[in-house]
Design a protein. Structure first.
Length: 232
């Protein structure tokens, strides 16, 4: 069976325009693939390029070279060369992303922040909000907080809202950037369970985690990003 996601000889560098156009290489020769129901964890020290690789997959960073192939029932798309509108469509129906920080529209309630991806895919608002509430409750976000904008929440609460938003929609690919970094052990255990459920549903997952216990619990494959790192 073909992988759902395949990274082939991907390369990324940054140009420092405020420093005379100096080119700062980050990673080169990045190669790995992810099959349905598999969790690949990117490992390596800080600064080795893990988050850059995740952002290249999501299309937030453009590759300098190589291919990032996303396969779904309709077609195979190369994120490295895709038009922005194509990447936006993939984000809506193929790739979920949980970043380290919650980015939400001010004054929008936590419940609606979580439900929005379902509503954008034409799920009825009440059903979307009901599913969002069940997941928030599972992540120990009290019902009293649901009508409140999450910008007022603690860091751990914001991260759990972020996780709920990313996990709610059933995407074939899910990207996780330190999903348990701000969580206590009880909530980390909930996230581990959620990842296991996604794997059983056939979701292909790429994750960055620094916690050894979490990594051991979720990883089917560990990719050492140090072998791709070319940072100065």
């Amino acid at each position: 069976m073909s992988p759902v996601l395949e990274v082939v000889q991907a390369e990324k560098s940054f140009t420092m325009h405020l420093q005379g156009g100096v080119r700062l290489p980050v990673v080169a020769g990045v190669n790995f693939s992810v099959h349905a129901g598999e969790c690949v964890v990117l490992a390596g020290p800080s600064g080795s390029g893990k988050s850059s690789i995740l952002k290249m997959i999501f299309g937030s960073y453009r590759c300098d070279d190589g291919r990032i192939l996303v396969r779904n029932a309709q077609a195979t798309t190369d994120i490295a060369s895709a038009e922005p509108r194509t990447i936006l469509v993939l984000r809506r129906n193929t790739m979920g992303y949980v970043s380290q920080f919650l980015r939400a529209v001010p004054r929008v309630s936590a419940l609606d922040v979580v439900a929005e991806p379902l509503i954008a895919n034409r799920v009825a608002r009440e059903e979307a909000r009901d599913r969002a509430g069940r997941l928030l409750r599972r992540l120990n976000i009290r019902d009293q907080l649901w009508p409140i904008p999450p910008a007022t929440f603690s860091g751990g609460e914001q991260q759990r809202v972020n996780i709920a938003r990313g996990f709610l929609a059933d995407m074939p690919i899910l990207l996780l950037d330190e999903p348990t970094a701000s969580l206590d052990s009880a909530n980390s255990a909930v996230v581990i369970d959620l990842i296991a459920e996604k794997k059983r549903q056939g979701t292909a997952i790429v994750a960055i985690v620094h916690d050894d216990a979490v990594r051991n619990a979720i990883a089917d494959t560990v990719v050492d990003v140090s072998s791709f790192s070319v940072a100065a």
